[in-house]
Every structure is written in C-alpha cells, then in structure tokens.
Design a protein around this ligand. Structure first.
Ligand code: SF4
Ligand code: SF4
Length: 432
C-alpha cells in the first residue's frame, strides 16, 4: 500500500463514484436503522472510503463505521446504480487490517485462529470432540448451574447454551468419502463440508448427504478441502482467504462433480465469489471462476433434482429466516420456500422483512455483541408477529442467532429454530 494509486486501487476508488448519494439503500440497512447515523449507512461508509483514498481522512476514522457494518449486502439489492458495495467493503477491511498496529500477543492469537484452527480438519474435529465431551460429561450442566459461563470473554457463554447436540468422536470418524445415489444417479455433487459447520453442525452435514443421495445425487467429499475463507475475507485477511480458496479449487478440480454444494449461506456466498477474488490473476482467475460456476446451495440442488417426498407432519407453524448472504449474494430466494411448502405442518407464515439480516453476520455477534442484539431484537419482533413455532434458517450463524433470540424472548418452551436441511429430514424425506 505504498503509493496513493495503490491505495486507491485497493479501496476500489473508481467504484465509489457509482454511488450517486440517492439514499435508496438507507431504509434496508440494519445498522442505519439501529444506529441512526450517516456513517453507519452504506452511503456514509462509501463516502468515508472515498475520502480516505483522497487523503481527506485517516484510516482510523473509518475503523468503527466499517467494523460496525454487517456485510449483509442488502444495500446492493436496493441500489439503482448497482454499486458493488461488497467490493468496497472488502477493500476497506483489507486496508484497515494493513494499517492496524497489533501487539505481539494479538498477532500470535490471530495467526493461531485464522491460519491454524479454521483451515485444519484436525483442529476442527478436536473442537467438535471437546464440545461433545463438554456436553456429555456433565461439565456443561455444572458450568450452567454455577453460572461460570458468565465469565467467558466476548459473551461466549451465551453461545455455548445454544449449540446443537454433537456426535461422538467415533461417529465423526466413520464418515465415508463417497456416497452413492439411492436409485438411479441423476447428478454427481462435491460437498463442501465447511470448518465450523463440520465441527459443530455435523448432524446437519450428515442430513445434507442423506437428502442429496435420496434425491438422486452421488456425493463426493474431497479430503483436501478446507475452510471457505469467508471469515478471513471479512476480517480483511485477503491473502489468507486466497490461500484457502486455492486449496478448495485444487481439491474440487480433482473430482468430476456437476455441482459444488454447500448448506451454509455465508460460505456459499464466498465460494460463489472466488472468481471475483482472483480477478486479474492470470493463473487462477479462470480456475476460480470455473469453481464458482458450479457452486449451489443445497436448496437449489434438491429443487432441481425434485427427487424427494415428505412422509411425516412436522408439529408446528413454520416461518423462514433466510441468510442475507444467500439472498443478497447468491440470489437464492424461491428454492428454500418451495421445499418448505412441500412439508406437511400446521402452516407457513411469512415474516415481515424476512430478508433483513438477523445480526449474526459471521462473527459480528461475537465481536459487536450489543449492536448485534439490538438488530436481533428487532428481528424477533417480526418473528413473534407471525405466531410461528418453528423458525427455519439456511445458515448455521443465523440458526444460533435465532436460538439466542428465542432465549432472549423467553420463548424456549413454545418456539424452536432449525436448519432447513434438518427440518426436511424431520419431515420424513424419502426418495420419490
Ligand atoms: S452491508 Fe448491510 S450493514 Fe453494511 S452498509 Fe450494506 S446494508 Fe448496511
Ligand atoms: S442506493 Fe446506491 S447510489 Fe444510492 S446512496 Fe446507496 S449506494 Fe449510493
């Protein structure tokens, strides 16, 4: 970032001129709604980026407004001039990451989390296994009884109580690398199992494989795949995100898959943008774009296969909280709803403003807990207005956030949150 021209490139300065200051994006921006200030709006943030590129403000003037952005990309959908806000945001985060003075301890802990833990299957399995031990050994009950969880940093104690039941280390080890389609094979798909998804939501991954095979897909799970890099890119660690993307591209290039399937809206959005991530890279751009062209959300593949029917009634009234990355970036809207409407239940109730971010946004709810809870409370008001008893989501982060929302509202006895995939299995999915 040594020259002004280099800084302008990194900040996507030319893109900022596409913003005509109309303000159409303001009503859809959750942080503008809750924080009520221009610098927490898309337009305000774009202006700050432009001013940094022109040397009219310092990088530190951007830090708080940029860090408070959810990255939900709702502003892009409302923008009449198609400003690529995601690109501007990612550039700003990279510049801020570069400019930040970090202590040695901070550098070591970040390197451990981003470079050692997230990319490593072994680390992720260990986290999953330790969480299983915590749940099953009685430690969790004791910790909750003594309220020691309240002492955990960054409100992490709030999150441990909403984790799903984890599989034992033995079950975790047993998973095969290839699953044959039940009946005649209509497609072959590579399944991106994710990092946190596979560590904590292993059951949802297992159910994903179950649905795909029953619907007529052969499922391949490349061994060398890794974390998609979403958390790295959102933290401005673009070099690290690219390194992970390269590993995934290479791993899936070895498989003859028609699609690369994911079941986490946030990861899906990142995978879909690998092509963009390597724009201008002679060696990687076309390989990354070929990968991105195959990326599909599980709901898209199940809808296309049309190979499932549902045999059991789910006891409750359903509402749907889609992941904002799935809607705003992947543009997947109809497929989850069409699957949900095939499920027998006490009915489906549409939520007001259902596409507005719930405040989860990667690790936003951990690092900006209070702001995230304000956004969540506004979402829960809309949930309650539906009188639904089952909140279905399409992303693990949204699922945990919805569970937190249920707890905050004291609705644990009457309302539950569930991933779309798990609900379809609960609804007795069988091959047609
Ligand atoms: S990404 Fe979301 S939170 Fe950030 S400016 Fe756009 S609408 Fe607002
Ligand atoms: S809607 Fe688009 S052009 Fe209008 S202020 Fe927002 S970002 Fe700028």
């Amino acid at each position: 970032m040594s020259t002004r021209a280099g800084l302008k490139d990194r900040l996507h300065y030319n893109e900022t001129f596409n913003c005509v200051q109309c303000g159409y994006c303001l009503p859809v921006c959750p942080t503008y709604e809750t924080m009520k200030s221009e610098v927490h709006s898309p337009r305000g943030r774009i202006n700050l980026v432009k001013m940094l590129a022109e040397d009219k403000v310092k990088a530190e003037d951007l830090r708080e407004p940029i860090e408070k952005c959810l990255g939900c990309r709702a502003c892009e959908t409302a923008c009449p001039t198609s400003v690529q806000y995601g690109k501007i945001l990612e550039g700003a985060k990279e510049v801020l990451e570069f400019a930040e003075q970090k202590s040695r301890a901070q550098k070591i802990s970040e390197s451990l989390i981003f470079n050692q833990m997230f990319p490593s299957k072994r680390w992720m399995n260990t986290i999953g296994n330790l969480s299983w031990f915590y749940q099953k050994s009685g430690l969790q009950k004791m910790a909750q009884r003594t309220e020691i969880t309240h002492l955990a940093p960054l409100h992490l104690g709030k999150f441990e109580s909403v984790l799903p039941d984890l599989p034992s280390p033995v079950e975790r080890k047993k998973r095969a690398r290839q699953f044959k389609a039940i009946g005649s094979r209509k497609l072959t798909v590579g399944f991106i199992t994710g990092c946190v998804m596979d560590a904590i939501f292993y059951e949802t991954n297992r159910n994903t494989i179950d649905l795909l095979t029953k619907a007529g897909a052969e499922v391949l799970i490349p061994v060398n795949q890794t974390c998609c890099g979403a958390l790295h890119a959102h933290a401005g660690k673009i070099t690290d995100a690219k390194a992970l993307a390269k590993r995934n591209i290479e791993a899936f290039e070895k498989e003859e898959a028609d699609y690369i399937v994911n079941n986490a809206g946030g990861c899906g959005a990142t995978l879909l943008e690998y092509g963009e991530l390597f724009k201008g890279d002679i060696e990687w751009e076309s390989r990354a774009q070929a990968f991105s062209n195959k990326v599909r959300d599980i709901s898209q593949v199940l809808s296309e296969l049309d190979g499932l029917s549902f045999t059991k009634e789910v006891n409750g009234t359903i509402t749907f909280q889609p992941s904002c990355h799935m809607v705003n970036v992947q543009k997947v809207k109809d497929e989850p709803l069409s699957l949900l409407k095939q499920v027998k239940s006490k009915g489906y109730r549409e939520m007001n403003d259902k596409e507005r971010c719930c405040g989860s946004a990667g690790i936003y709810n951990i690092v900006n807990y209070e702001d995230s809870m304000e956004i969540l409370d506004s979402k829960m008001k809309n949930v309650k207005d539906t009188n639904a008893t089952i909140i279905v989501t399409s992303n693990p982060g949204c699922l945990l956030q919805m569970k937190l929302g249920i707890q905050r509202e004291g609705l644990e006895k009457s309302v539950r949150a569930v991933h779309l995939v798990d609900l379809l299995v609960e609804a007795g999915a069988v091959s047609k």
